[in-house]
Every structure is written in structure tokens, then in C-alpha cells.
Design a protein around this ligand. Structure first.
Ligand code: SF4
Ligand code: SF4
Length: 421
């Protein structure tokens, strides 16, 4: 696709600003009624989806060209998709795909920020992870019984991801403990697990990300793996949305589940139970890529007819069918857990601030956005802020340190693992 392919979508921006605000039906206060992180922080219209549609139209019409100023705006955007689902409440047009196209156009012209290239691309190329850590140490957290209890030849793989492997191994360990306690037969893709490609997809380096995708697809074909389990919202999105977008879906041959979906299903069937209480008041953060952006990618080709009608009809990803219930079901199944909700939940969630490379590229802004969400979490009165993504945990922990907050930052699987051991 190219920007020109989205001309109709871009021209059909009504300049209504709905992409900046929480759905009015869900808004509860003036304090927390904004939804676009860049618009909330910078206020200028160019720092919003609405402004980016205007800029895209100017590029298409040859009035301006890709440049460094645009790169600064577009690489602050966390690609959280809030604008996309808010706009789709009234219009059947793509928004996030346009912004991703802008990133791609910038990257192709060498205008992506240096950190996206040196920190992410170079490290992923050379060490198979965006942290520049040793490839050989990727599975060093997997020891003892956890390792010996893996089921060689299983058709299910736990895809750990870089952030759990290197920054939050407690999430990887808790996930393995839960899967083994639930008697799920699984393997890990050692030594063939690389970065899923998410940082490259998101920073516009799509060709490189495709190389990683092809590697993983070959590995699961060779090993006969049919199910991928992730405990990372970013990896989940990559396997569920990005790979099928870049590849013929019919030949992919796998399904992907987030660990909270799997556990919620086993709990519902009564084949898995928590055995110990965990006394804690928590609030749950819906990660963008596990929530509003996790609906499957449905390929579409056809044409626009009069009044924007599509022939054949297209399945729109509106964000309402994301993975919202399973993490809450897991938490609610643990005796002693009291779950308090934040104002911005489900498709109206507010991004943690770290996604789409922003944690590397614009660190201060990522932190400020994390603090904004941490404040909202703290206002619920909960003692712990819980997410289902190591990337969110990383940014929230940094935000809590910056603020001197006493709030505990945890992943769902960490709490769940406390309820079985
Ligand atoms: S992108 Fe959608 S919600 Fe935002 S101003 Fe344009 S039409 Fe309105
Ligand atoms: S993707 Fe998120 S940060 Fe980017 S313009 Fe849309 S709402 Fe704002």
C-alpha cells in the first residue's frame, strides 16, 4: 500500500476532532476525557490524527514533502489506535494505517529518527533483540524444573518475546509456572526465537520485519507448531495482526492466544483452579495491542462506490472485540483480589506511552504518558497497577520511580502465579 491508496480515507476526514477524545458515552470526567497521547501532551493540531490527515493530504497534493518536522510528530505518536477506533464510530475509513504509512514513507526516505535505526534496527539485525543484549542469553531465565518440564515435540509454543526475556524475566517465569501448573504441553522456540519484528513494523521498517516473520514461519512449519502462546501484547499483535497482514493467511497455519485467554478458558472449563488467596486491590490497564488493536486482520480488496460504499463489504477493525474480558476473568477468579476500574477502559484505554518505538525514540514523552496513566490508576485507590504486557510494565515502573509512587506495578501472570504456589 502507499499513501495514495488511502486518498479517500484522508480526504474524508471531517476535521471533527473526535479522534482526540474518549467516546462521550464513556467519558466520566474532564480530567480523563482525552484519549490521544500526543494531542493530550502537545495540543497543537499537527500532534493529532486530525492534523496528520491534513498533512497527509498536503503531501498527496504536492504542497509539502516528507521532512524532519513531520518525523518528529509521527515518531511521537505511539500508534495506539485510539484515534482509529474513535473515528470508526461514525466513519468507515482507515486512520491508523495512514499514520503507519507516514512512518513507512519517512523510514524509506531516511528520515526516521536515528534511534529507530541505530538502537532498534541495528540491534535486531545483529542480536535478534532491540536491547542489544546477548542472543545467547535469551533463555538464561529458563532453569531447573521449568526447563526440564518442557514437552519436547509439543505442537504449542510459548513465544516469550524480547521484553520478558531480557527486562522482565519474572513474567516469563510466572507464565511457564502457570502453563505447567495447568498441564499445558508446550515448548519454547529456543534457539530460533528472535524479536517478533514489532519494533521494525512499527518504526516503518517493514521489509526487515518481513525477514523476521519469514524466519519464524519457517521454524514453526519445521517444528509442526500449531499454537503460539504469548504473554506480551506486542508479540500477540505481531503474530495475530502483522504477520497475517504481510502474508497469505491461508498458508500461515497457526493460531495465537494470549496467556490470559488460555487461562480464562481453562478456568471456565473447570480444568484449572487457583488454590491460594492473594489479598490485593488492583486496577487493570488495557494494553492497546491486546485490546482495541487485537482484532484479526481481515484482508480486503475491492472498490469504493458512491457515498463511500465498499464493494465487496469490508470487515472493519473497530476495537470493540479486543481481549478485554480474559485478563479480568483471571484476576476475578483469584480469591482476595479486588478489581477497581479506571475511567478509561477497554477501547477507550489510554496508552502506557511506550509503544511503537517511542520508549526508545522519545523517552521523556513516553515517561510523561506513563505518569498520566499511573495517576489515573492511582486515583482508583488501588494498591497495584496490573497490565498484561511486559512493555507496559517497563514503562509504568519507570513512571512510578520518577514520581516516587508506592503503587506496585505487576503483570496479571505474576499475581496469578502467586495464587498457585
Ligand atoms: S480523523 Fe476521524 S475523528 Fe479525527 S477529525 Fe478526522 S474524521 Fe474526525
Ligand atoms: S495513534 Fe494514538 S498517539 Fe497516534 S494520533 Fe492516534 S490516538 Fe494519537
Amino acid at each position: 500500500m502507499s499513501l495514495e491508496d488511502y486518498r479517500y480515507d484522508i480526504e474524508m476526514c471531517l476535521r471533527c476532532s473526535s479522534c482526540k477524545w474518549v467516546d462521550p458515552m464513556w467519558a466520566k470526567s474532564k480530567r480523563y476525557n482525552k484519549i490521544c497521547p500526543i494531542s493530550s501532551r502537545f495540543h497543537y493540531d499537527s500532534f493529532s490524527c486530525q492534523g496528520l490527515m491534513d498533512i497527509s493530504l498536503a503531501i498527496l497534493d504536492g504542497e509539502i514533502d516528507y521532512n524532519g518536522t513531520l518525523a518528529d510528530i509521527v515518531y511521537h505518536c505511539t500508534l495506539c489506535g485510539a484515534c482509529d477506533v474513535m473515528c470508526k464510530r461514525t466513519l468507515e475509513t482507515e486512520r491508523l494505517l495512514v499514520i503507519e504509512e507516514l512512518r513507512k514513507g519517512l523510514a524509506e526516505r531516511g528520515l526516521a529518527p536515528e534511534r529507530a535505526l541505530s538502537r532498534l534496527s541495528k540491534f535486531v539485525d545483529e542480536r535478534r533483540n532491540p536491547y542489544g543484549a546477548s542472543e545467547a542469553k535469551r533463555f538464561s531465565w529458563l532453569e531447573g524444573k521449568r526447563r526440564s518440564n518442557l514437552k519436547s515435540g509439543a505442537k504449542t509454543a510459548y513465544f516469550v518475546g524480547c521484553t520478558s526475556s531480557y527486562k522482565h524475566p519474572e513474567i516469563a517465569r510466572a507464565s511457564v509456572d502457570l502453563l505447567q501448573s495447568a498441564k499445558v504441553d508446550f515448548v519454547v522456540m529456543e534457539p530460533d526465537e528472535w524479536c517478533c519484528g514489532n519494533p521494525l513494523f512499527r518504526t516503518g521498517q517493514v521489509k526487515k520485519a518481513e525477514g523476521i516473520m519469514n524466519h519464524h514461519l519457517e521454524v514453526i512449519r519445521e517444528q509442526g507448531i500449531e499454537t503460539i502462546i504469548t504473554s506480551c501484547a506486542e508479540c500477540y499483535h505481531t503474530w495475530k495482526v502483522d504477520y497475517p497482514r504481510q502474508h497469505d493467511r491461508k498458508t500461515l497455519g497457526y493460531r495465537v492466544v494470549h496467556i490470559t485467554e488460555l487461562l480464562a478458558d481453562l478456568l471456565k472449563k473447570g480444568v484449572f483452579k487457583f488454590t491460594k488467596p492473594v489479598d490485593m486491590t488492583v486496577t487493570y490497564h488495557d494494553s492497546c495491542r491486546l485490546g482495541r488493536l487485537s482484532e484479526p486482520h481481515e484482508p480486503w480488496s475491492g472498490k469504493r462506490l458512491q457515498y463511500g460504499k465498499l464493494e465487496p463489504p469490508k470487515t472493519w477493525r473497530r476495537g470493540t472485540n479486543g481481549v478485554y474480558a480474559p485478563p479480568r476473568a483471571v484476576l476475578n477468579a483469584i480469591a482476595g483480589i479486588k478489581l477497581l476500574e479506571m475511567e478509561r477502559v477497554r477501547e477507550n484505554t489510554f496508552c502506557c506511552g511506550a509503544g511503537a518505538g517511542v520508549k526508545w525514540i522519545n523517552r521523556d514523552f513516553a515517561l510523561e504518558t506513563g505518569v498520566e496513566r499511573l495517576t489515573e490508576a492511582s486515583d482508583t485507590g488501588a494498591r497495584a497497577l496490573v497490565s498484561a504486557c511486559p512493555f507496559c510494565k517497563w514503562n509504568f515502573q519507570d513512571a512510578a520511580s520518577k514520581e516516587g509512587s508506592e503503587m506496585e506495578i505487576l503483570d496479571v501472570v505474576e499475581i496469578a502465579a502467586r495464587a498457585i504456589s
